[in-house]
Write a protein of this length. Structure first.
Ligand SMILES: [Ca+2]
Length: 240
């Protein structure tokens, strides 16, 4: 490959990357810093919300199923970071399948500001069982497919004060180029009323970018096409 070809290919690669890719940022973070109930009121607000998220959409973690009890507490023995979100399925689900069938979950929502779109990358959190009884766990679904498919889920293997770190991939096309609101449901289950699942440090990562205006697309296409034209003219002149 000639030097000019290499330059051209490199230019196109850089231009394409600059146009489409952006470093993943933290979009939402919940560390549950303050003890208290989460059952009433607006729920548990994120500690951080990306400035390009629509503040009019309720991003708080909240009991939208009315099938659980949740609160921010400092249980003993203590986790490495406290307080934590304690969730009690109230005996409404003893398996992931039952949690989904019976609608036993908490949820949170987000939406990019008007004129922006979001690309999600991943959701991370830590979870532990509040006691020895099993199974206790979680399953994640989203509004983008009407809560039809389980994105990820697990029986939690660790008991307080040990917790398990989860990293859920959201790079699927379903979670890219989203301009509407997204609601995530975290379905929960445990063997009996009072047996809890405990969460902390919930973080949603991704990027939020302005939707390109038609004029911006024209400029971008022009920037990509000029080197092509230059190259084809040079080839033509050389051949002539
Ligand atoms: Ca915490």
């Amino acid at each position: 490959m000639r030097r000019f070809d290499l330059f051209f290919v490199g230019f196109c690669a850089v231009a394409a990357c600059a146009a489409t890719a952006a470093r993943a940022d933290m979009l939402l973070q919940y560390t549950f810093p303050t003890t208290g109930g989460g059952e009433t009121g607006p729920g548990l607000d994120p500690d951080y919300a990306h400035p390009d998220l629509d503040a009019a959409v309720l991003m708080a973690i909240r009991d939208t199923s009315s099938k659980i009890t949740m609160a921010v507490e400092t249980p003993t023995p203590a986790y490495a970071s406290q307080p934590v979100l304690r969730v009690n399925p109230d005996g409404n689900a003893s398996s992931a399948a039952a949690a989904i069938t019976n609608g036993v979950y908490f949820s949170f929502s987000l939406k990019p500001d008007d004129g922006y779109f979001v690309n999600l990358t991943n959701l991370t959190f830590q979870a532990g069982r509040g006691g020895a009884g099993t199974p206790r766990g979680w399953a994640l679904r989203s509004s983008l497919d009407g809560y039809a498919a389980t994105i990820a889920g697990a029986d939690i293997p660790t008991v307080r004060p040990n917790r398990t770190a989860y990293d859920i991939d959201l790079s699927d096309a379903l979670y890219q180029n989203v301009t509407d609101s997204i609601t995530f449901r975290v379905y929960v289950y445990s063997p009996a009323a009072g047996s809890t699942i405990e969460f902390d440090n919930v973080v949603l990562n991704g990027t939020i970018q302005p939707v390109p205006e038609p004029a911006a697309w024209a400029i971008l296409l022009g920037a990509l096409c000029v080197p092509l034209l230059v190259r084809s003219r040079r080839c033509f002149c050389k051949a002539a």
